[in-house]
Design a protein around this ligand. Structure first.
Ligand code: UD1
Ligand code: CA
Length: 453
């Protein structure tokens, strides 16, 4: 038998109204990635796996996100929000092209795994017409209930339409279904809107397939995989589940998390071996941490790469475009942005390094600031290898400091410094012998006089 073709239709036309947000629901992030990105990441992508995404009107941002992740995706717009079956049929043209399997996925269930999709596809290969993903909900309120007769699924009842007894049912509809692709359109076209919300409910496919005398199969999974996100509270629950997974995966690859529950990761965080993350660290999207690096407490990293055996923090902020070479050190209260620090560079205390490149083994003294912004434009600072920048220096960009150059503390450097030069910019010091003693005497006398009055 040749490879089977499949079409995945992702329903992403949610307005996000119950999220109370201007942002379309499926663009809300979990672990630094949109809900949609998580769902697309788990959906089938083998050769022959086509993808259609159904979006709401004026949701170009959702289309852009889908295309960014899957350039092969076909985008369909559901003009009116008339229910989940209506939404699937917005992709009619793609469905009519005919695939062996039609998978329907909700864009608001970000915790689903690729393995679960595979489990749900298996029954179709054995002749089932429809497979429905179910789960036992701790609190089933709001979910569609799977109504069973023995081990036969006879219907799915939406919460709003369910009787008191039906509401007792804990087995719920996850929202993911797979159809025999050859029969899908016929089934979808038969779904009506005779329910309390006058919506075309995808779940009514179950009764129709039963009537056709074809087989419906229920595959069960864990609630943590299929939490549907309708509110900000549910978004936070999904984040909790996802963070627990990411931490477990990090520890699996050998990362030491001293206090796992206090570390926030992103879905795309990449670790080498023997990385240590101290308590209370936030790692945003796009971070790579190489072997042996240590991220000390209270550091915040986004879109940065950390070299082997490098050290960051405590209390460091690495903004997008920061790259630390092997063994480099970023210490406390240091902020870096769009900065490349080559191997062995040290920026140990209280500095801002932005739009900069720093050559290997240079030492940047406490309080050094790259003055990268003139109020209109950003400028670059370039420091050579083995340079020494004295404490509390301001480097006014654009500026070049040569290899092995030495900048005296407290300097405001506005002109390029050649290799191995020493640059110093400060007024000469005046020292008056006995000056402090005389000053103290004058002040103490004045104080005594005032007290005696
Ligand atoms: C839906 C299911 C319910 C299930 C629950 C699981 C139906 C009728 N109900 O309910 O059985 O237990 O999900 O989370 O299928 N959407 C559109 N266009 C529409 C309506 C919805 O694109 O016209 C999309 C939404 O963006 C969302 C998904 O379909 O991604 C589900 O819609 P939602 O309104 O969240 O359905 P629930 O009430 O949660
Ligand atoms: Ca939902």
């Amino acid at each position: 038998m040749g490879a089977r073709s499949s079409l995945t239709v992702v329903l992403a036309a949610g307005e996000g109204s119950r999220m109370r947000s201007r942002l379309p629901k499926v663009l809300h992030p979990v672990a630094g990635q949109s809900l949609l990105a998580h769902v697309l990441g788990a959906s089938p992508r083998e050769p022959g796996a086509a993808l259609a995404v159904v979006i709401g009107p004026d949701h170009q941002a959702v289309a852009d996100e889908a295309k960014r992740l899957r350039p092969d995706a076909d985008i369909f717009v559901q003009r009116e929000r008339l229910g989940t079956a209506h939404a699937v049929l917005a992709a009619r043209d793609a469905i009519a092209r005919g695939a062996d399997e039609l998978l329907v996925v909700f864009g608001d269930t970000p915790l689903i795994s690729a393995a679960t999709f595979e489990r749900l596809r298996a029954p179709l290969r054995n002749g089932a017409t429809l497979a429905v993903l179910g789960f036992r909900a701790a609190d089933p309120t709001g979910y569609g209930r799977l109504l069973m007769q023995g081990d036969r699924l006879v219907a799915i009842r939406e919460h709003a339409d369910a009787s008191v007894e039906e509401r007792e049912v804990r087995l719920c509809n996850a929202g993911v279904m797979t159809f025999d692709g050859r029969k899908a359109l016929e089934i979808l076209d038969r779904i009506g809107n005779a329910n309390s919300k006058h919506e075309y409910y995808l779940v009514d496919a179950v009764g129709i397939v039963e009537e056709m005398g074809s087989e419906v199969v229920v595959i069960e999974t864990d609630e943590n995989e299929v939490r549907g996100i309708n509110t900000k509270a549910q978004l936070a629950e999904a984040e909790t589940v996802m963070q627990a997974r990411l931490r477990a995966a990090a520890m699996d690859v050998g990362v030491t998390l001293i206090a796992p529950d206090t570390v926030h990761l992103s879905a795309d965080t990449k670790f080498g071996t023997d990385v240590t993350i101290e308590p209370f660290v936030v790692i945003g999207p796009g971070v790579t941490i190489a072997d042996g690096a240590v991220i000390h407490s209270f550091s915040h990293l986004v879109q940065s790469s950390i070299g082997r055996n490098a050290q960051v923090g405590p209390f460091a902020r690495l903004r997008p475009g920061t790259s630390l070479g092997d063994g480099a050190k970023i210490g406390n209260f240091v902020e870096a942005k769009a900065a490349t620090l080559h191997a062995g560079v040290k920026v140990n205390h209280l500095s801002y390094v932005g739009d900069a490149e720093i050559g290997a083994n240079s030492n940047i003294g406490a309080g050094t600031i790259t003055c990268n912004y003139d109020g209109f434009f950003k400028h670059k600072t370039s420091i050579g290898e083995g340079a020494f920048i004295g404490t509390n220096s301001s480097l006014v960009a654009p500026i070049r400091i040569g290899n092995g150059a030495y900048i005296g503390s407290g300097s405001v450097i506005t002109k390029d410094v050649p290799d191995d030069a020493m640059a110093l910019e400060r007024t000469e010091q005046s020292t008056r012998e006995g000056g402090a003693a005389r000053y103290r005497e004058v002040k103490l006398r004045k104080k005594a006089k005032l007290a005696g009055r």
